[in-house]
Design a protein around this ligand. Structure first.
Ligand SMILES: [Fe+2]
Length: 482
């Protein structure tokens, strides 16, 4: 990048790596006419370069691979779709965050106010007190809604936290003598918003109990009359040399009634895909060595070919992941239609979709990394436990700075509505649980173990597809890796 320096142009390290791996020569970077070139500038340049490239025609052979047997009469074909999206809770087309101080203030204020409303609903025998007024409550028992700004251990091994509300600051203390609350406090992370109950003593609230915003304890299961089913996918990674085409072919072949349990295959009316359709380019250092396809448009053309090979009565919902061609910061807008050209429902991450009468919250799950780094008992082996922590917090990514968040005026990562199904991907490991009436699904991957995962000791579960039958509420996993 000497040529840039000679012209007085600076370039970020990430941008330089991306330009190198995508073979962008310095003269093209100079054509941007910028004094400082960022990673986004290079991405834009790559996108412009590819703009005029023709779409690859669908390989006829690929389509002909999946011909249903003559006796296959899918039930899902008999029904029309019932699908609704909640645009207000999806950032697509609405992003205004530019990272100014005002944006950050508005973002945290929105988060605090909306979660406070949920926390206010908890009844309390103690009066609610603002932190600014707390010194006047010395010796009294109070309830307070707070955001945690710092966590540390005291010399006596108690846990001390700096906390804030909209007007004031204070400190709260968890004493190890109160074993039950002390153990629960180990689950708390920076930026958590909770309600604390306790006595004000020497400029601390000594916490007796605390509550997360959480889901209501139970909800009635919604009954769906139509005997249809949803399949959940994520992390397909077209373009990666670890993408396992035969497993995905097995799934498509099954949908066409050619494999075991064609009755269930015929019920699939919807497919929800939670991001990482492609492996992308320039996502991590030296990624190009692990790609079979280095053109992002061609990676998406492979995804489009997959969509076209699916039965045409199936509705497909597609959200982005951190490998897709959208901004890195969350919330992520929908993948642009010049990338995914098929007739699918493109949504942001996170986004809500009501499928029949089941409210789905679909999120790629990028924050899983910061959760696992922050809470000792969480691991990549049990992604469903991370997802439960999100439900408890009513927030998909509370740890600010843990992974990139764009401070929008509204916090799209907040879990406004209780979902019937929470669908994540990202960790490439299937995981399921039920928490307070919400079915939690991590849908695994179609990519086998990468060198990076091998070094981390992380073993993915490629080729396993969870399927939910809406009428019976039965969830099962079909294994296409066999
Ligand atoms: Fe992925």
């Amino acid at each position: 990048m000497k040529a840039l320096l000679e012209k007085g142009v600076r370039i970020s390290l990430e941008a330089e790596k991306l330009a190198d791996s995508s073979s962008i020569p310095p003269e093209e970077l100079l054509s941007l006419q910028k004094n400082f070139i960022t990673e986004d500038d290079v991405r834009l340049l790559i996108a412009q370069k590819n703009e005029n490239k023709k779409e690859e025609p669908l390989d006829a052979e690929q389509k002909a691979k999946f011909i249903p047997p003559s006796g296959f009469h899918p039930l899902a074909k008999e029904y029309g779709p019932s699908l609704r999206f909640h645009e207000k809770l999806d950032v697509t087309g609405k992003s205004r965050g530019s990272g100014t101080v005002d944006d950050f203030v508005a973002y945290f204020r929105d988060r605090f106010q909306r979660l406070s409303r949920m926390l206010t609903a908890y009844s309390s025998k103690y009066p609610e007190a603002a932190l600014q007024e707390m010194k006047k409550s010395e010796g009294q028992k109070v309830k307070s809604i707070i955001m945690i700004t710092d966590i540390r251990q005291t010399k006596n091994n108690n846990i001390l936290m700096d906390v804030e509300d909209l007007e004031g600051k204070f400190k709260i203390l968890f004493s190890q003598r109160d074993e039950k609350t002390f153990e629960r406090a180990k689950l708390l992370v920076r930026d958590d918003i909770i309600a604390v109950f306790g006595k004000v003593t020497n400029a601390f609230i000594v916490v007796e109990e605390f509550e997360f915003p959480d889901l209501p304890i139970s909800r009635d299961r919604k009954v769906c009359e139509k005997d249809v089913a949803i399949a959940y996918l994520s992390d397909i990674h077209f373009g990666s040399n670890k993408f396992v085409q035969p497993y995905l072919d097995g799934f498509v072949d099954w949908l066409h009634g050619n494999r075991g349990n064609p009755e269930l295959a015929g019920k699939i009316k919807y497919i929800s895909i939670a991001g990482d359709l492609v492996d992308g380019i320039g996502i991590y250092p030296n990624q190009e060595r692990e790609l079979t396809e280095k053109d992002i448009y061609k990676q998406y053309a492979q995804f489009d070919a997959f969509i076209q090979s699916l039965p045409d009565y199936i509705e497909i919902i597609v959200g982005p992941g951190n490998h897709d061609a959208v901004r890195r910061g969350e919330p992520m807008p929908a993948i642009p239609t010049d990338m995914v050209k098929s007739d699918v429902h493109l949504i942001g991450s996170p986004a809500y979709a009501t499928i029949e009468n089941s409210d789905h919250l679909i999120y790629h799950g990028t924050s899983t990394d910061s959760w696992i780094a922050s809470i000792a008992k969480l691991s990549y082996d049990k992604p469903e436990h991370v997802m439960v922590e999100c439900l408890r917090r009513r927030h998909l990514s509370p740890i600010f700075g843990g992974n990139a968040i764009v401070p929008e005026r509204m916090d799209y990562m907040l879990i406004e509505k209780e979902p019937d199904v929470l669908h994540f991907g990202h960790v490439h490991k299937n995981g399921y649980t039920k928490y307070r009436g919400t079915l939690v699904i991590n849908s695994g991957t179609f990519q086998s173990t990468t060198d990076f995962q091998l070094k981390q000791g992380h073993i993915p579960t490629p080729g396993r597809v969870p399927v939910l039958e809406l009428k019976s509420d039965a969830l099962r996993t079909l294994d296409f890796s066999r």
